[in-house]
Ligand binder design. Structure first.
Ligand code: SAH
Ligand code: SF4
Length: 356
């Protein structure tokens, strides 16, 4: 598949072509990663953020948000719950902070979770841009995957959706540092942003390949009314939903052996969004295991689903949904990206591989 073909598929409204795309992506998924879905229980533990991204509901300038941070004890309790349920791994996500108190807070939590679960619970972090030293401290404390979305591979578009002074190059630098340290590196984009073209999205897929990315977490952009981007001309949710599914399928066909998440943003736009994501080529689901009392304050976008369902309800609802499409859940396994091991073992010439 070349760039023009990717653009044609993103543009097409032809239902037969779209169904063929999903079918092909599903076949490739079965060949390369099987039909086992891995869970990453996500704990969205704080909405305190030092950044002001124009699309995000918890940006620091949104004064309507009540700011919270879970205690270390509560985060550890939620992690242990995931472990006891047989979820192979968790994701710790929050707004971006890089002060020493925060760095140490995370480090201590990682050490404690690793100790209490005898090193068996896999931990992914999604805590934004940090220094090499911080990434390294957290890696040494037990995190082994990091998710840092590039948001868009196009520098100009990146500028338009972030405040002055934001630095696309630093985002790239962070991805490189994560790879060097030894993390499994995850990235992704928002799909259907204002100003975004089909060509931008095709370039995003090429970017994932060029950067040898191990895991992809991308989803439709969804408007949050209290953000600067809300006043712009936005696509309909249906358009962004379909583009989101097509991007998953294209990424699966183009990259083959990476882990791809069916993100919650898909489910926000369609009650069956995550199942459709799995059927379009995704193999990872991130059940929300944040205690219910915090969820309403972690609204990156509007209409986030499952705000009032506790983690146990999420689990049984998900199990039913996954068996309804004939897939199984990989309990008690990390479900690492096969691509990561190939990248490590391939002996690729270093200069050709941005993440080495
Ligand atoms: N602060 C960290 C992690 C939390 S935000 C960071 O920014 O990396 C996690 C992701 O939520 C972001 O990378 C962004 O892609 C996504 N996001 C934020 N606002 C969104 C919106 N309005 N619609 C869809 N996704 C959004
Ligand atoms: Fe903060 Fe992340 Fe939202 Fe940007 S996307 S404002 S860094 S939480």
């Amino acid at each position: 598949m070349n760039k023009n073909q990717i653009i044609d598929i993103l543009k097409t409204q032809d239902e037969a072509v779209i169904q063929e795309l999903f079918k092909k992506a599903y076949q490739i998924k079965q060949q390369h990663v099987g039909s086992t879905v891995f869970f990453r229980g996500i704990i969205e533990f704080s909405n305190i953020c030092t950044k002001d991204c124009f699309y995000c509901g918890i940006r620091k300038s949104n004064k309507k948000v009540y700011r919270f941070s879970m205690t270390a004890q509560d985060i550890i309790r939620a992690s242990l719950w995931a472990y006891e349920q047989g979820y192979g791994s968790i994701v710790l996500q929050s707004g971006e902070r890089s002060d020493e108190d925060f760095v140490e807070f995370i480090e201590d939590i990682l050490l404690e979770i690793k100790k209490l679960t005898l090193n068996k619970l896999g931990i992914t972090l999604s805590l934004g841009e940090q220094s090499f030293e911080t990434f390294k401290r957290w890696f040494d404390a037990g995190a082994h995957r990091y998710l840092l979305r590039i948001e868009t591979s196009d520098q100009n578009l990146y500028k338009k959706i972030h405040p002055k002074g934001s630095d696309h190059k630093n985002r790239l630098k962070c991805l490189k540092m994560l790879g060097e340290i030894g993390y499994q590196v995850g990235t992704g984009v928002m799909i259907g942003l204002p100003f975004q073209t089909y060509e931008n999205l095709a370039d995003d897929i090429l970017f994932f390949k060029e950067w040898d990315i191990d895991m992809i977490g991308m989803g439709p952009y969804i408007v949050h009314k209290d953000t600067p981007l809300a006043s712009l001309d936005n696509n309909t949710p249906e358009t962004n939903f379909m583009l989101g599914l097509k991007m998953i399928a294209l990424a699966r066909i183009y990259l083959k052996d990476v882990n791809i998440a069916a993100t919650t943003a898909l489910q926000a736009l369609d009650p069956l969004g995550r199942e459709k994501g799995l059927q379009a080529g995704a193999n990872i689901i991130m059940p929300n295991i944040t205690p219910v009392e915090y969820r309403a304050n972690y609204l990156l976008y509007e209409d986030k689903p499952c705000l009032d369902e506790n983690a146990a309800m999420c689990r049984s609802c998900l199990e039913n949904r996954i068996s309804s499409i004939g897939e199984t859940i990989g309990f008690c396994q990390w479900g690492d990206s096969p691509h990561f091991f190939k990248r490590k073992n391939a002996g690729k010439e270093k200069e050709k591989n941005p993440l080495s």
